[in-house]
Design a binder for this molecule. Structure first.
Ligand code: CP3
Length: 351
């Protein structure tokens, strides 16, 4: 399997590719289902989530599937009610705004709030010939949503909470890390071959704040899946004692050195980072880093951008991806051309 091999820095027959948020509104078949159901209905109905996970796999030459879900439902474990409001994005009702609220959190059982995704993993796994990625938001990105109560440009409320109530902040982050670690573990047990942690908003922090307020908690998530826990599956995954973990962040080019100290197996970077520099800093497999807007470009420009990435990418230990999620305005034909192009370059890497 090229994707799993790349994550182990082994030779591959082609540059493996998958795209963050590869199932979604840019696909006509997704929009058709979405016209009949709300996003949360799609996520919470395992049969539908299974069908949507397969849509991009059937349409394009992709080397991995990602389970169709979202990073936010796990926040319902904290008692926050999740809603997607048309035209506005996600809303979390009764957000956490005081230290007292952290003290008084009454956790719901995880199986109740994310059980549908575990069911979807079990349904889709036998249908797939490519590896399946499970995922979670990171403690920081989820804490931002829990405190802001939705999306935010500057994460003012979350960061002010962090500075004003450092003890409550660390307690909340520890609660989130424990939940995320358990959730990822359950996804692996249900059949996920690889796990990705989405730290989409890490870039709103400077290096020192990331180090003090965030790093230890993200590391805890990774360690919860590590060697001091019994192996998840007999014999492990293709040479791993646990599924490989990919850590994704954006806007963090100023402190890749700190991020590289996380015990993740691979690092997913955005287009603001030079691939060469990233390979040097991480010394581990990397994933990335096409600008999602380049997928809107005419094919000659898109092909040029892809060629530049392939030129700079390390010869082993590289997974082609976007630097952030695919945009809803992306022409399906461009995704087809991109994935076909990488397939046509089979055996580019011969070791
Ligand atoms: O990759 C996949 O195919 C799996 C599906 C997936 C979704 N969300 C489905 C979704 C994944 C991996 C996510 C992760 C996610 N969700 C992140 C981290 C990745 C990133 O892009 O930074 C974040 C921050 C979220 C939170 C979220 N979900 C927001 C802010 C929004 C609204 C904005 C938007 O794009 O509409 C969502 C909605 C969402 N999650 C959609 C999909 C397909 C759009 C859905 C729709 O209305 O049909």
């Amino acid at each position: 399997m090229d994707f799993l091999n790349a994550l182990q820095n082994k030779a591959t027959s082609k540059t493996p590719i998958w795209l963050m948020r590869q199932a979604g509104r840019y696909m006509a078949c997704y929009r058709e289902l979405r016209a009949k159901h709300s996003l949360l209905e799609l996520v919470k109905t395992p049969e539908l989530a299974c069908e949507i996970t397969l849509q991009p796999i059937k349409a394009f030459n992709l080397d991995a599937a990602i389970i169709f879900s979202d990073i936010l439902p796990i926040l319902e474990t904290l008692g926050l009610k999740l809603e997607f409001i048309k035209g506005e994005g996600p809303a979390l009702h009764d957000p956490i705004r005081s230290a007292n609220q952290v003290e008084q959190l009454d956790l719901r059982p995880l199986e109740e709030t994310i059980g549908f995704t575990l069911e979807a993993i079990k349904l889709v796994k036998p249908e797939l010939k490519v590896p399946l990625i499970g995922f979670s938001g990171s403690p920081f990105t989820l804490a931002c949503y829990a405190i802001e109560g939705g999306g935010s440009k500057d994460h003012r409320l979350a960061k002010t909470f962090m500075y004003e109530h450092p003890d409550a902040w660390h307690k909340l982050m520890d609660i989130l890390a424990t939940l995320i670690g358990k959730y990822l573990r359950l996804q692996a047990e249900a059949g996920a071959d690889v796990l990705q942690i989405f730290d989409s908003w890490a870039g709103s922090l400077g290096p020192q704040d990331y180090k003090r307020f965030v790093f230890p908690h993200t590391q805890k998530v990774i360690q919860m899946l590590g060697s001091d826990f019994p192996p998840l599956k007999k014999g492990g995954q293709g040479g791993f004692s646990r599924p490989p973990i990919i850590y994704f962040s954006t806007g963090t080019s100023a402190y890749l050195d700190i991020i590289s100290k996380l015990d993740a197996d691979a690092f997913s970077i955005d287009w603001r980072v030079s691939l060469k520099q990233a390979a040097q800093v991480f010394q581990k497999p990397i994933q990335g880093n096409l600008d999602p807007i380049a997928l809107l470009a005419p094919w000659p420009e898109l092909k040029h951008q892809v060629d530049l990435i392939l030129e700079q990418a390390p010869k082993t230990g590289f997974v082609f991806n976007l630097g952030h999620g695919i945009l809803q305005f992306t022409p399906e034909d461009n995704v087809k051309r991109l994935t076909d192009y990488l397939t046509s370059l089979s055996n580019r890497v011969i070791v």
